[in-house]
Design a protein around this ligand. Structure first.
Ligand code: ADP
Ligand code: MG
Length: 627
């Protein structure tokens, strides 16, 4: 019998397959099962148009059988089969050479992973088999043929006998090598697992003989093995089912089965779109933050299916970073199986789906906020930070998208509020949206800087997250209202006429004292000033310029920090008794004034939670005034 050579390019792909140290060899089964399913599709469509044929659902299936002893794995289907010519043409030539062309273009890169992103097709069998035998009988032929190949050498075709229409793929599984365990492709349990993973939603049953044990008849402790044929795949995917048929538990179960998370999902989103682009999707918003969520290890992405066949575990292009917490899958008939990760980025359909999904997630979150507040707050606790990063990233490109989803703790409501809620409560006299930064709500509550704004009766948003101020800087304003820190120099609160006069007089009167103090603290602060915002406290910092004190803390806590400093102003409460002490020291005892100035400066540092330069000096100073 003559051995025929493969067409040149098929030969090269074969080489690639056989010699690759590709890690996902298991996908060979996905490819062969998909081919079987396609072949059954063909006979099904034929029956639709050919009255002499009938399609009896029961008789169409794929069967997987492993024979460990002889190292044989058989994949049998009752599909349309192949004629001699088809065997020759379809298996002798690579059907879609997309993979090969892609590999050529990217030859410099590590090719192995690229293969994994393709529908690699029939040749994938050579990754695990030393000999591949195909016995097939076509619906259109009375004769059956056997095609056989050991790889790159070529293949043979000869007539054979086969009773029924369909195809049998017989793989002689390779012997184990030092770094590769091929035995697993003969293991029932492992095979089941692979089928579940990739081919769970193939429309036709994928059957397998499973070995079970049972109690031997008439005994109480003797077991015997028996074989039972099982259908491994679930066939109808949950996302193709009618929403009205499905209960919350069904979605929860799917979430668990798919290992999307260990928690229960907070919300599911089931999308069925049948428009310009067709796709089905089930998305989940998890309840808890995954332990690695805010680390580099966390990978976002959705599972991508093409007509029920898994083609990508984590398709990153389907989710924007700010929604990276979303889990789930997308299935579309409009994507072909032969796509690579690189090519996907250019796929117009995929882009449309991604955009669609993004908008859907947003609207679902908004409705959660509106209708199930508690759940939204739970969500925000877990993933709010990611939304804030989202506003900040890309120079604020997505801020419009995200601003309505933000929440901050409110001084008035004592709970999380949205910016919209804040705005809607603002009295007319209020110019800005006020915020105060600090380590915790409790600490912010006690900040002296909040006194004036609070006394005016204005609401203050508490910023306790590192990213909060950066986010707000990027946002700049919300519904035309600007954000203003309570530590800012201009609070936009009008002083009354008579107070203005008084202020002016005081300024003149205390000019020299403050100049003296400013000088004493030179290099540490920009200026010492009489405070307009302090009501009860003696001292605090306020802030000039772009960098706030909170930002100084955050930036300096980062590795490779640039020692960035905020421009600080030391504000003194001139109505406080301490101020009298300052004044008399200014007149009589400069040494004492130096001491007081240092103490007040250090106090302001402590209030902000900033490190003090010399704690020993500070305690000594305190001792001095106790004497
Ligand atoms: P693709 O499935 O993308 O066309 P493959 O390499 O997987 O590429 O298969 C090549 C061709 O071989 C298929 O298009 C089909 O015509 C034929 N073929 C493969 N397996 C079977 C099968 N089990 N039954 C009938 N035809 C098959
Ligand atoms: Mg195929």
């Amino acid at each position: 019998m003559e051995t025929k050579e493969f067409k040149a390019e098929s030969k090269r792909l074969l080489d690639l397959m056989i010699n690759s140290i590709y890690t996902h060899k298991e996908i060979f089964l996905r490819e062969l099962i998909s081919n079987s399913s396609d072949a059954i599709d063909k006979i099904y469509y034929r029956a639709l148009t050919d009255d002499s044929l009938s399609f009896d659902k029961e008789s169409y299936y794929v069967k997987i059988a492993a024979d460990k002893e002889n190292r044989i794995l058989k994949i049998t289907d009752t599909g349309i089969g192949m004629t001699k010519e088809e065997l020759e043409n379809n298996l002798g030539v690579i059907a879609k050479s997309g993979s090969l062309a892609f590999k050529k273009e990217n030859d410099s890169k590590d090719g192995h992973d690229i293969i994994g992103q393709f529908g690699v097709g029939f040749y994938a069998a050579f990754m695990v088999a030393e000999t591949v035998t195909v016995i097939s009988k076509s619906l259109d032929s009375d004769e059956a043929y056997k095609w056989e190949s050991k790889g790159a050498e070529g293949y043979t075709i000869e007539p054979c006998t086969k009773d029924s229409v369909g195809t049998e793929i017989i793989l002689k599984i390779k012997e184990n090598t030092e770094d590769e365990n091929y035995d697993e492709y003969l293991d029932e349990y492992r095979l089941k697992e692979i089928i579940k993973k990739y081919s769970d939603f193939i429309r036709y049953p994928i059957k397998m003989d499973i070995t079970n044990t049972k109690l031997k008849d008439g005994t109480e402790d003797e077991y015997e093995e028996y074989i039972e044929e099982q259908t491994i795949n679930s066939m109808v995917p949950i996302w193709k089912k009618n929403k009205s048929e499905l209960k919350e538990e069904d979605y929860d179960k799917f979430y668990e089965e798919k290992h999307y998370g260990y928690d229960k999902p907070l919300k599911h989103i089931h999308i069925i779109v049948d428009g310009a682009v067709r796709y089905n999707s089930i998305l989940f918003i998890p309840q808890n933050t995954p332990y690695d969520y805010y680390t580099k290890e966390y990978e976002k992405g959705l599972e991508l299916y093409s007509s029920g066949v898994l083609i990508m575990d984590k398709c990153q292009d389907l989710l924007p970073d700010y929604f990276s917490f979303v889990k789930g899958m997308v299935d579309s008939e409009d994507l072909s199986l032969n796509i690579s990760r690189e090519m996907l980025q250019h796929d117009r359909q995929l882009k449309l789906i991604a955009k669609n999904i993004k908008n859907k997630i947003k609207s679902e979150l908004l409705s959660l906020l509106k209708n199930e507040r508690e759940k939204y707050e739970k969500f925000y606790e877990s993933f709010g930070r990611q939304l804030k990063y989202g506003v900040y990233n890309d120079f604020g490109a997505d801020k419009e998208m995200l601003q309505d989803l933000l929440m901050f703790y409110s001084s008035k409501e004592k709970k999380l509020v949205t910016l919209d809620e804040y705005i809607s409560r603002m009295p007319e006299s209020q110019k800005y949206i006020y915020y105060a930064s600090g380590e915790s709500n409790e600490r912010i509550e006690k900040l002296p800087q909040t006194e004036l704004v609070a006394e005016e009766g204005y609401e203050i948003l508490y910023f306790t997250d590192d990213v909060d101020e950066f986010t707000i800087r990027m946002l700049m304003s919300y519904k035309e209202k600007e954000f203003r820190s309570v530590s800012s120099n201009d609070l936009g609160i009008e002083t009354k006429e008579n107070e203005k006069e008084e202020e002016k007089a005081q300024k003149e009167e205390n000019k020299e004292l403050f100049e003296y103090m400013t000088k004493a603290l030179s290099g540490k602060i920009k200026e010492v000033r009489a405070s307009k915002r302090l009501k009860h406290h003696p001292v605090c910092f306020s802030n000039d310029g772009e960098i706030s004190i909170e930002m100084e803390k955050i930036l300096n806590s980062m590795p490779n920090n640039q020692e960035i400093k905020a421009d600080k102003i030391l504000e003194i409460n001139t109505n406080h008794d301490v101020f009298k002490a300052l004044k008399s020291a200014f007149e009589g005892d400069k040494e004492k004034l130096d001491l007081y100035t240092n103490l007040l400066y250090t106090q302001a540092l402590l209030i902000e939670g900033l490190p003090i330069n010399d704690p020993v000096e500070f305690t000594n100073d305190i001792c001095k005034i106790m004497k």
